[in-house]
Structure formats: C-alpha cells, structure tokens
Design a protein around this ligand. Structure first.
Ligand SMILES: Cc1cc2nc3c(=O)[nH]c(=O)nc-3n(C[C@H](O)[C@H](O)[C@H](O)COP(=O)(O)OP(=O)(O)OC[C@H]3O[C@@H](n4cnc5c(N)ncnc54)[C@H](O)[C@@H]3O)c2cc1C
Length: 443
C-alpha cells in the first residue's frame, strides 16, 4: 500500500497529541461530523450504529470497495468524533503499546501501519516480537484514515434511544430515534456497539461500591492522570488479573503510587488475549460446526480465559519496588480506616492480609456483554424474543439477529458466530467478510 498524506488536511494540521471530543482540529469545518438533524426523516439504506473500531473498519472496507456506497451509508455514534471511545479507554489506562500486532488495524491494508511508520521514521514505535504499534502510532495512523472517512460525510453524532423494526413496512423497515427525538429510516442496521456499556462489577463489590462510590471505582470510571488523580505516593488497590489491571498498575507505579494488585487466580503471561488460531479458517470452521450455542459460549470462555498480562508489563510488575502482587487472593471486606474516616481511606481485608490507608480501589474486572443492557434495544428484544445465551445473541451465519431480518452485529455482540476474536480489532475484518454480500444487496 502506498501511504498518501490526506489531500486536504496534512498530518501536522491534524495535530499529534491531545485527546477526545475537544479535538475539533481532526476535521476541517466543511468536514465536521454532522449532527442528528441532518438525518431527520431520511431513508438510509445502510446504518451502522457505533463509530468505534468495528463500525469504522466496516465502513472503510465497504467504501474502499464501492466508493458510491457513501450515498447509502450512515455511521451514527453518541460521540461527535469517530473512535472517541477507543481513544479514551487507551488514554485512561496509560496504555503505551497495543497488545495486537501492527497488521491489525482499521483498514484492509495489512501493512498500513508498518508503511506509515516507515514513511514517518517511526519504526522504533513497532515493538518486538510482533511489531505491536505504540498507542500513539496506532492513533496517528487512525487519524489519517479518519480523514478518508470524513471525505464521505457518512459520520453523524446521533445517540440511538430507540430502534424499531416495522416488519413488512416497505423497503425501510427500521426506524432509529435519537435522544433528541429525531428519527430516520433504514433498510439494514449493523450494531457495532462495543461492550463498554456493560462494565462488570463482581457481585461482592456491588455493596462496597455503593458504600464508597468515590473510592471504589470500575476501571472505566478511572483515569490515571484525571480529576480523580491521587497525591503521588498514595496507596491504590487494583482488583483483576488481566491486561487492564497490569497496565493500570504499571502506569500508577510510574506516577509514584504504591500499588497492590489483587487477583483471584495466579497471574498468567500471554502476548495475546486469545490464541491466534482463532483468526484462521480451521478453528472457525470447527466453531461453526458446533450447533449448540451454549457450547460455543464455553469455547469462547476457555479460549479468552479470565485475562492475562503481556510479557513486557509482567516484567515491570515483577521488578517495580512499589507494586505488590497478591495472586490467589480474595477481598473479604472493605471498611473505612478508623484513624482517617474523613479522608475516606479504606481498609481492605484480604485472605492474605489487611491493607490499610487505601485511597482507591479500582475494579479492573472487565466487561460482560449483555444485550439487555442496551436500552435502545429493549423493545426489539422482548417483542421478537431474540434468543440469548448469557446475554449474547444467537446470530445466524450472516450475523443477523435472528429472527429480525437485516439487523446485523459486529464486535463482542457477534461472538457466538465469529468466536473468541470477535470483539478484538481483527474481529471487524472477520465480520465484514460475512457481511459484504448482504451489504452490497442494500446498495
Ligand atoms: C484498553 C483497551 C485496549 C485494547 N487493546 C486492544 C488491542 O491491542 N488489540 C485488539 O485487537 N483489541 C484491543 N482491545 C479490544 C477491542 O479492540 C476494543 O475494545 C475496541 O474498541 C472494540 O471496538 P468496538 O467498535 O466493538 O467498540 P467501541 O470502540 O467501544 O465502539 C462502540 C461505539 O458504539 C457507540 N454506541 C453504543 N451505543 C450507542 C447508541 N445507543 N447510540 C449511538 N452510539 C452508540 C459508542 O459510543 C462507541 O463509540 C482493547 C480494549 C481496551 C479496553
């Protein structure tokens, strides 16, 4: 692939660092994302709900193959800019390198990031052994690709409050209604909604979180350098044994905090969060042959496990003098430290020992996808009795949310068809391969 600088906006204009929704510099005025009023009363053949890694990857693939598809496509997301969620979560944790290799990104050019790094003298940001890109390199590459997407003007800020399917109601049976009460119709909808609305709090922590809402936080509520920053040197307990726990522990220890990482099991070291065979045809064919969706769910659990930590982060965890690792440990109670009730310092009783003077407990306990947690889908789920296994829909081979026609899923939502890699970056390509012909049929 040849790397072309965007024709209208240069890489410098895009800016190198900084984050989030304030980054209006991402798009020039004429290319600003459009608000939901632009969609009002329109009939749009293909709508993607979710402008994250999956929604953007699918759109870019379709538009590269059929540029005129831009006239028939809308990506809607609650954020003003695409990939906001991705940017936020990587920044919040202080993630420096991706876990996955450089060949996994948002466009179909496998070597896109590598060539971008070479072109910009940034090959030192590709880490051995699999050329994992630095988070900044990945993001800068994505920004360049987003200018390509912006040229098509398909991205709209629109938070879907309700999705209706009027079966048999002509060519555009879906009706999408925003939180601002704007509506439009579509003939086909792809749900690329991620899993971030499904933060998992283990049952034993629910009460402690209610009791100490400012101190016991899910990782998605915490930012290493954010408002909730503690004075350097404070003691922070992280619960979890996956990469989020490891990355947070490293980031906080580097900022001078004393970290105690508590995991129910022994910590596991793995480069990837699922075995790479799940990207190949053999494992996927065997998975497709399993007709019992509960068995498929178990296969996914076995292959993704309860989380693991990459070798480089594990090395830091083992060597940092201000990180204590408590594997095979459970928390039995959380209470205020008696000497400092006003400062909200906590005392954590564990099966190993009691930790006092804790300023934060961060639950790096991940996400547990459950379709029922997406309010805008509630009506559809109950009216059409969408079958679920542990909250995951039993999609058909075309990734349709049976029995609703032309409602598709990509990302974690499609796990029961795409397997353990579904929610990851390469899962978008696997999904697109299944969706391609169906989408062409709507153009
Ligand atoms: C810190 C972190 C690091 C990761 N690193 C890697 C990695 O190195 N390699 C890898 O392969 N995977 C990685 N992953 C896993 C995965 O690739 C990411 O989570 C990725 O962001 C998933 O993409 P997505 O599009 O499915 O979801 P998201 O990026 O979460 O996007 C979903 C979008 O849907 C929108 N949305 C949801 N509901 C609505 C609604 N009602 N109306 C409008 N919009 C809505 C949201 O606003 C959001 O923008 C990582 C995950 C995390 C948390």
């Amino acid at each position: 692939m040849k790397i072309n600088q965007p024709s209208v906006i240069s890489h410098q204009q895009l800016g190198a660092k900084g984050s989030g929704e304030s980054e209006t510099l991402l798009l020039t005025d004429s290319r600003q994302p459009t608000a939901d009023s632009h969609l009002a009363h329109r009939n749009i053949p293909i709508t993607i709900i979710g402008g994250g890694i999956h929604g953007v990857s699918i759109a870019l693939r379709l538009l590269r193959e059929i540029p005129t598809a831009a006239n028939c496509l809308a990506i809607v997301d609650r954020h003003p800019l695409p990939l906001t969620q991705w940017r936020r979560k990587t920044e919040r944790q202080g993630m420096i390198f991706l876990r996955s290799p450089a060949v996994h990104h948002i466009t179909p050019d496998a070597l896109g990031i590598v060539e971008y790094a070479e072109h910009n003298n940034r090959t030192d940001e590709l880490a051995p052994p699999y050329s994992q890109p630095s988070t900044q390199l990945f993001w800068d590459f994505c920004r360049m690709m987003l200018t390509e997407l912006a040229a098509y003007r398909v991205y709209h800020q629109f938070e879907v409050a309700r999705l209706r399917w009027d079966k048999g109601a002509g060519k555009f049976p879906f009706r999408l209604i925003s939180t601002n009460n704007t509506g439009f119709r579509s003939s086909c909808v792809i749900l690329a909604i991620g899993a971030d609305d499904c933060a998992y709090i283990p049952p034993e922590f629910v009460q402690w979180q209610r009791q100490y809402p400012k101190t016991v936080l899910h990782a998605s509520q915490f930012t290493v350098d954010g408002k909730n920053k503690q004075g350097s040197g404070s003691k922070i307990v992280i619960v979890g044994g996956g990469l989020t726990a490891g990355t947070l522990a490293r980031s906080l220890s580097e900022r001078g905090h004393h970290v105690v990482l508590i995991a129910r099991k022994y910590l596991k070291t793995e480069q990837f969060d699922f075995p790479p065979i799940w990207l190949g045809p053999k494992a996927l064919a065997e998975f497709a042959n399993e007709t019992d969706f509960r068995q498929r769910y178990d296969i996914i659990q076995q292959n993704r496990g309860e989380g693991s930590i990459t070798p480089d982060i594990m090395e830091t965890l083992m060597s940092a003098s201000n990180i204590d690792l408590y594997p095979k440990t459970c928390i039995c109670n959380i209470a205020l430290t008696e000497e400092s009730p006003s400062a909200q310092r906590l005392q954590i009783e564990t099966t190993r020992s009691t930790i006092t003077d804790v300023s934060r407990v961060i639950l790096a306990t991940g996400y547990q996808f459950d379709l029922r947690r997406y309010g805008f889908l509630k009506e559809l789920i109950s009216k059409y009795q969408i079958p679920l296994v542990q909250g995951l829909p039993c999609l058909d081979g075309d990734l349709q949310l049976y029995p609703i026609q032309n409602l598709f899923g990509s990302g974690t939502i499609a796990q029961l068809q795409i397997g353990p890699a579904s929610g990851n970056i390469p899962g978008a390509n696997l999904a697109y391969e299944r969706l391609r012909e169906k989408l062409r049929g709507h153009l």
